[in-house]
Design a protein around this ligand. Structure first.
Ligand code: ZN
Length: 249
């Protein structure tokens, strides 16, 4: 187990499925951008594998040198580790909606209670409350030394979802959270704040951006020409047909 370099200067440092970066089976993919001097984390897993995750980060860089951890959305598999990031002094960066939910570990707003009842998380799992240090919104820039990443609001999968666009080592990379997946798939669940109309707007807007690499929150990365797959998803939404759902295969 350890950190797995996916593309130049970007590592997978946590995952529920990638054997070489496995932290906890319930975790999303957690990414580290590190240019040799500065960097940033994207998503934090459930927290169940937080010590392994932080050890994987430390294989690449001093975690204390990082500008923070961006949490794409408040679902527990992405946000549960934010408290662990905060505990080691990493600023937690998230949307206002995510910040509001995480401040109290709100199990309704985050759909954790429903997901736990559905067997997605262990019975005793709880979301550790954490205070978001920096609230970000659409169009904001997060700086980490020479790195500058763009925050893009991306609701649809859930409220307050954001994605990260970053130009790293000459590649235009979309850190997609649970918004977009390989094959132009999306993630739709029967939860209170999964909104197809907002999802369509989000994906159509993202199809207009230059994206070479898609690093999703689950599943396989798209390492070249990811924009083609995003445009396919947008074209489907334009026909009022939801793209394939990653949760149904
Ligand atoms: Zn999610």
């Amino acid at each position: 187990m350890g950190a797995v370099e996916i593309v130049d200067s970007v590592w997978l440092v946590g995952s529920g499925t990638q054997p070489d970066a496995l932290t906890d089976p319930h975790d999303c993919h957690c990414y580290l951008i590190w240019d040799g001097a500065d960097g940033l984390l994207v998503d934090t897993g459930t927290g169940l594998g937080a010590q392994t995750w932080l050890a994987n980060v430390a294989e690449v860089c001093d975690p204390g040198a990082l500008a923070g951890a961006v949490v794409t959305h408040y679902h527990a598999d992405h946000a549960g580790g934010a408290a662990a990031a905060g505990a080691v002094g990493l600023p937690v960066i998230a949307s206002a909606e995510t910040g509001a939910a995480l401040s109290s570990g709100d199990e309704s707003r985050t759909s954790l209670a429903a997901a736990r009842a559905a067997g997605i998380y262990p019975p005793g799992y709880r979301l550790s409350p954490v205070t978001v240090d920096r609230v970000v919104g659409d169009g904001d820039t997060v700086h980490a030394g020479r790195l500058a990443v763009e925050i893009v609001a991306a609701p649809g999968h859930c409220d307050g979802h954001l994605v990260v666009l970053a130009r790293v080592a000459g590649r235009d990379i979309l850190f997609g959270g649970d918004c977009l997946f390989a094959g132009g798939r999306v993630s739709m669940q029967a939860i209170h704040d999964c909104r197809l109309d907002r999802y369509a707007e989000t994906v159509v807007a993202l199809a207009g951006r230059d994206v070479d690499v898609l690093l999703p929150g689950h599943g396989e990365p798209v390492l070249r020409d990811a924009g083609t797959e995003i445009r396919e998803a947008a074209d489907s939404f334009r026909r009022l047909v939801p793209p394939p759902n990653v949760l149904t295969g």
